[in-house]
Structures are given as C-alpha cells and as structure tokens.
Design a protein around this ligand. Structure first.
Ligand code: HAM
Length: 403
C-alpha cells in the first residue's frame, strides 16, 4: 500500500469541510477589506526564496524542497507565499503603477521540517499582501482583518507584536546586540553561536531555556527605535487599544523570515500544543526593491490552515436540499429531469437504486436533506412526486411541474 509522504496528509471528509469553511470565511472577510485573488506557481526559481526569505533563515538553509529540473534549472517548491506574490507583482509591472494593490491567496506550502503535531512538511496557508501603503493604519487594518477572521471562525488567540525597526535604527541596534551576545557567547547554545555571525537578531527567538534567560538582559530594539518607527509603533498600539484588540508586546518576536521591518506580529493559540503560531506577518517595505522592483512599501500575513482546523468551531449543519429516490425500477429515470432543474438552485442527491420507503427515509436522513422526494408506481403514472419536509414533517403529493 502506498501512503502519503511523511509530514503530508490527506484531508478526508470532515477535515475537508473544516478546510473549506476556513478558506471561505477568510476569503469573505478579505474581500470586504478590498483584496482580490492572486494565484502564483508552486514551483519557483530557488534564487527567489534565497533572496527574499534569506539565505541564513532556517527555511532556506535547512527546509527547502529544492531540486534541479530536467532543464537543469535550480527550482524550489514554495516554502511560503509572500515571495511568489511579490515576484508576480513585479513581473506584472504593478510596481510602476501608482495604484495600491491588495491580494489574497491560499494553497500548499512546503518545508522539510521534522514533522510533529501541528508541524507538517506540506501545509496550507491563507495569506494577504497589501502593496503601496506605507501608513501604519494599514498594519492596524491587517491585524484587525485577521482578528475578524478568527472571531468569525470562533478561534481564540493571543496577539504578539513587536517592531523590527528600519534601515536607520536596525543596524546600530544589531551592533549593540552583537556586543552583548559576544559577552554571553560561551553560555549560549550552538545555534545561537552560529547566528551571532550570520543573523544575530534570530538569537532573540531561540527556544532554549538557558539562552532565553540570558537574553532577558539583552538590549531591546523597542527601546532603540528611531523617531519614525517609535511613533508608528505607539500609533499602532494606540489603535489596537482603541479597537479593543488585546495584544502583548514581545520584544523577542523576530519572525523566521528575513524580509520584515517595522511591525511584526504573530497570533498564537494556547490550545494546540507547542506549534502555537496560527498566523504571522508584518511589514516588508524593502522586499519589492530587493527583488528588482520599484521601491514599494508592503505589509501582509499568512495563517496556517491545518493549525486552525484544530480550533475552529464548525457551524451546526442545517438540513439542506433534496434527496430524490424511486420506489420502482421504472421510476428511476424520471428522477433526472427533476434533479437537473433543482440543481440550478440547490443541493440534490439522487439515489440510483429503487428501494422501499424506509430505506429512502434513512438515505435522506444520511444526506442531511431538507426534503425527501419519492416517485413510486402511482406518482409515475400520475406525473406527481411525493414530498416530505423533514423539518416540519409535512407530507404532500404535488404535480412534477409544480414542485
Ligand atoms: P510564517 O510565520 O512562516 O509566515 O507562516 C505563517 C503560518 O503558517 C504560521 O503562523 C503557521 O500557522 C503556518 N505554518 C508555518 N509552518 C508550518 C508547518 N510546518 N506546518 C503547519 N503550519 C505551518 C509566512 O509564511 C509569511 N509568508 C507570512 C507573511 C505574509 N508575512 C507577510 N506576508
């Protein structure tokens, strides 16, 4: 028997419904905020992710599904959606238009991580990217949009926010931090030691408890922001306060992708174990330029659909549509014109095998249909159908044309 690959899974019936419910809810909300759909390829040039997500990030250095295709090109299954959307934005020359653009997308992402609960090698994200808006109002609006998605899905969360500064305040802070890290170097874990040279900011994110306690005394970027970043961050927290969206400032929140500046955020859940991040995002004002587009400020997020599937409260399913059945062999084909007509407006399930009354009633119940509609010998002869409303329990016989 051939099974799915490790860290990849099928979404069977109930899970499939959860998946669709999350995507549909997220799309409905995103549309209300002015986002339109974008689809980009799953396979891209490896260079795209190296340049955007960052060479020294775990995603690029350890987790890429990277291979040479038959034409000798170095390609990669996308580990995340932002890089591809930015590439598409530049490919379509949208960076040269003064219009602000907002896109949403959803689909599979691939990271060769060690699989565990909530951590898959193929997982799905729903994401949004907003281009051309440098106001912190947009950061706030995106956070509000995610809160709305979670509230409509009945998912509780804790919001963590931080500022990663900009080209002005980040470099001096980095130096300051490296100085501190060098002093504590011997006590830090192997990963952190490597990161001091390659990506010192990521040290702040280390999950090792010894490193965590040493880092409590590290310099905090939030206290070293330039005037603009500081004022934007204060504006963001004030807007969140006003909107009643609670948050915690997490000075160690640096995100695992290198393209962020200024606002960074993560939505976490305490109900799904150690892989608790259910959505993450932030501002990435330099990425379009970095991928050879015209300078364009941008901000976005992605949520992890499989993690949210564990948390979502599914609406109770109401009886819906019609179950059609025949009581005699001759009546079976009389069901099809009715099905064709009714399917223009509602869900119809057709039982192809003629059966007795009780069997059909069971079938209608299993299909969770609102109406059980049957044709027997008499109905076929008279051009009628027998209809039972399974909610009100009312039964009627009506001419086919009137049904
Ligand atoms: P990310 O934080 O790497 O951000 O991923 C976003 C979400 O994807 C996470 O919060 C988590 O729910 C889910 N996720 C990540 N890895 C896995 C995994 N191995 N298994 C299951 N779920 C996972 C990004 O990908 C950025 N592109 C977000 C963004 C968009 N920033 C700006 N725009």
């Amino acid at each position: 028997m051939i099974n799915p690959l490790r860290g990849m899974k099928d979404l069977t019936f109930e899970e499939g419904q959860r998946f669709v419910h999350i995507v549909k809810t997220a799309i409905d909300v995103a549309k209300k905020y002015g986002y339109s759909y974008i689809e980009t390829p799953i396979l891209e040039e490896t260079a795209l992710f190296k340049r955007s997500v960052g060479n020294s990030s775990d995603i690029v250095s350890k987790e890429m599904y990277q291979f040479e295709d038959k034409g000798g090109n170095d390609v990669c299954m996308r580990p995340e959606g932002t890089a591809g959307v930015v590439r598409a934005f530049i490919s379509a020359k949208l960076d040269r238009q003064p219009v602000k653009q907002k896109f949403y997308y959803y689909g599979p992402m691939f990271r060769y991580e060690r699989p565990q609960k909530g951590r898959l090698r193929e997982f799905h994200q729903f994401g949004c990217e907003s281009f051309g808006e440098d106001s912190v109002y947009e950061d706030f609006t995106i956070i509000q949009m995610i809160s709305q998605i979670f509230s409509e899905l009945g998912v509780n969360f804790e919001l963590l926010i931080n500022s990663l500064g900009c080209v002005e305040c980040m470099p001096p802070y980095k130096q300051h931090l490296v100085g501190f890290l060098r002093e504590t170097q011997e006590a830090l874990c192997e990963d952190c030691n490597r990161r001091i040279d390659t990506n010192p900011i990521r040290v702040l994110d280390c999950k090792n408890t010894t490193c965590q306690s040493l880092l409590e005394n590290s310099p905090k970027l939030i206290n070293n922001l330039c005037e603009t970043c500081d004022s934007d961050f204060n504006k963001l927290t004030a807007l969140l306060d006003k909107a009643g969206i609670s948050y915690r400032v997490d000075t160690n929140l640096v995100r695992g992708l290198d393209y962020y500046n200024k606002t960074a955020f993560e939505f976490v859940s305490n109900d799904i174990g150690s892989q608790s991040s259910i959505a993450g995002g932030g501002r990435y004002d330099k990425l379009v330029e970095f991928l050879d587009g015209k300078p364009t400020p941008a901000v976005g997020f992605a949520l992890g659909i499989e993690r949210i599937m564990e948390l979502v409260q599914m609406p109770e399913e109401e009886r819906e549509g019609i179950y059609l059945g025949a009581m005699t062999e001759e009546a079976v084909e009389a069901l099809f014109p009715i099905a064709t007509a009714k399917r223009k407006e509602q869900k119809v399930s057709v039982e192809y095998t003629s059966k007795g009354f009780k069997s059909h009633m069971k079938g209608a119940d299993k299909a969770n249909a609102r109406y059980c509609v049957l044709i027997g010998e008499d109905e076929l002869k008279n051009g009628t159908v027998w209809v039972k409303d399974l909610e009100s329990k009312e039964e009627t016989t009506v001419p086919v044309e009137a049904f």
